[in-house]
Design a protein around this ligand. Structure first.
Ligand SMILES: Cc1cc2nc3c(=O)[nH]c(=O)nc-3n(C[C@H](O)[C@H](O)[C@H](O)COP(=O)(O)OP(=O)(O)OC[C@H]3O[C@@H](n4cnc5c(N)ncnc54)[C@H](O)[C@@H]3O)c2cc1C
Length: 459
């Protein structure tokens, strides 16, 4: 039996980052993976979707070339080539993880891993043991009973990334990050898209003003949006699909070629031996403490298979913290209130901290600042005037930065400023006095903060 200090089960951004950090810390490490290295993020999530979205963005720019004084004739897309590019980018990233495993002397064990009591994992009939076993098996697309996925007409995100041909009409159920990213991609490619969202706003976890702005932008681009609506039945017996949608005004039947179900995720906890070992779960999540220890000593869990935001950077941060704690480092528990969330449709969305509604519900007396990109020189020059930066500060005690919400071009690359500012407990005045470069989209953060303190210059 092969013996390790640490074995990681699953090689997503949780698992492979954990393995690298473990190896850096001097642990003899192995990682078990049943599919491709890099997990959902690199193969079926973050990276291939961003490659698709880049094609959509370039296509949009080319279609609107005349806005920039340019003539581009016969602009068209090759859907197959767009999908192929995305798969190529994903493959390249997965190979990159393979290289990193080798570089860090991490053994890769290929196959389905099953936990056993006594800190063991069985893969392909062989047992491997370790002092510490870290479960990072991730998640998959969640299926609603009213919307069973057949992989052809009712699909999840994997199929949506590799469709053999472009649908003419698509219904996207759910308007979280995954739903709106695909809605934007397919609309840009020329598909007629309808979004059906159960809650009153699209991107429902975002600040309401951001949701409203996205709704306006999407409607302007021709995406049909049905909020406070629910798909109650689907009929796939004909050529396409018919979806019965319950709206506030009554029932409607929508027809399309394909329905994309983007209603969340379900953790991969089945058949991995949790019951044999006695590891506690709550619904589909493995229960862990602040250091990702399960109820059974020697077994840990991180990433999408545990509670907390289902995001790649969260999975990685949890894994690093988990092995640093095992190594005996003094570690600070992760602050789940300061995790940035990004959505990469156009306009992009980025946020961190409390929304205006949440801040009020928590009883804060707040100061709000807002700066629209229509007043930004860089946004005007770039032809990206849609959107804004909104900041929320505590008005009573010392100007704590409670939340930051952005919608517009490139904002996903700007949110880290707010994350760092909040981590360092920066006050509004400090942000205001930190000189931002001109002309940049990031000036909008400084101006939004200035607005909160009635010192805004360009409004
Ligand atoms: C379409 C889409 C877009 C996304 N975009 C973003 C984004 O832009 N930014 C962001 O932060 N997050 C994004 N996410 C979420 C992100 O992909 C996940 O949060 C992240 O991948 C979770 O990492 P993980 O390591 O916990 O699990 P996963 O990435 O799910 O990896 C788990 C791995 O474990 C393997 N595995 C499972 N069970 C076993 C077993 N028994 N034996 C061996 N191997 C096993 C799986 O094959 C898989 O490779 C997106 C997700 C989707 C679906």
């Amino acid at each position: 039996m092969s013996k390790y200090d640490i074995i990681v089960l699953g090689s997503g951004p949780g698992g492979y980052v954990t393995a690298i950090r473990a190896s850096q810390l001097g642990f003899k490490t192995a990682i078990v993976e049943k599919e491709s290295l890099g997990g959902v993020c690199l193969n079926w999530g973050c990276i291939p979707t961003k490659a698709l979205l880049k094609s959509a963005q370039v296509f949009e720019y080319l279609k609107h070339a005349e806005d920039y004084g340019l003539t581009v004739k016969d602009v068209d897309k090759d859907f197959d080539a767009v999908v192929k590019r995305s798969r190529g980018v994903a493959d390249g990233m997965s190979k990159g993880v393979q290289f990193l495993m080798k570089k860090n002397k991490i053994d890769v064990i290929e196959g389905f891993g099953k936990l056993k009591p006594g800190k063991k994992i069985e893969v392909n009939g062989k047992d491997y043991s370790a002092d510490h076993i870290i479960i990072a098996t991730g998640a998959r697309s969640r299926e609603l009973p009213s919307l069973p996925q057949d992989g052809k007409k009712v699909i999840g995100y994997r199929e949506a990334m590799t469709l053999p041909s472009q649908p003419k009409k698509m219904i996207v159920v759910g308007s979280g990050a995954i739903g709106v990213e695909f809605a934007y991609f397919y609309k840009s490619m020329g598909t007629e898209v309808t979004i059906v969202e159960f809650l009153p706003n699209v991107v429902p976890v975002e600040d309401e003003e951001v949701s409203k702005q996205l709704e306006r932008s999407f409607k302007k681009s021709g995406i049909n949006i049905m909020t406070s609506s629910e798909v109650t039945k689907v009929d796939t017996s004909g050529d396409g699909v018919k979806a019965t949608v319950k709206t506030q005004k009554g029932e409607e039947v929508l027809e399309a070629d394909i329905i994309l179900s983007a209603v969340g995720i379900k953790s991969n906890i089945e058949n991995i031996g949790l019951e044999d070992v006695g590891i506690a779960v709550d619904r589909d999540k493995i229960l862990v403490n602040n250091y990702y220890q399960t109820n059974i000593p020697g077994y840990y869990a991180i990433g999408d298979v545990t509670p907390g935001q289902a995001l790649a950077h969260v999975a990685s941060a949890e894994g690093i913290l988990c092995v640093e704690k095992i190594a005996g480092h003094h570690v600070e528990a992760l602050d789940y209130g300061n995790i940035p969330g990004c959505t990469y449709c156009s306009p992009e969305i980025a946020s961190v901290g409390l929304t205006e509604k949440q801040a009020k519900e928590k009883g804060y007396e707040i100061k709000i600042g807002k700066f629209p990109f229509s007043a930004s020189g860089k946004a005007s020059a770039g032809g990206n005037k849609d959107g804004f930066v909104k900041v929320i500060f505590d008005a009573k005690y010392g100007g704590e930065w409670l939340g930051c919400h952005m919608i517009g071009a490139g904002v996903t690359d700007m949110i880290a400023e707010a994350v760092l500012g909040r981590k360092l407990e920066t006050t509004g005045h400090e942000v205001l006095k930190a000189v931002h470069p001109h002309p940049t989209m990031s000036e909008a953060v400084m101006e939004a903060v200035a607005d909160a303190y009635d010192e805004v210059i360009h409004l």
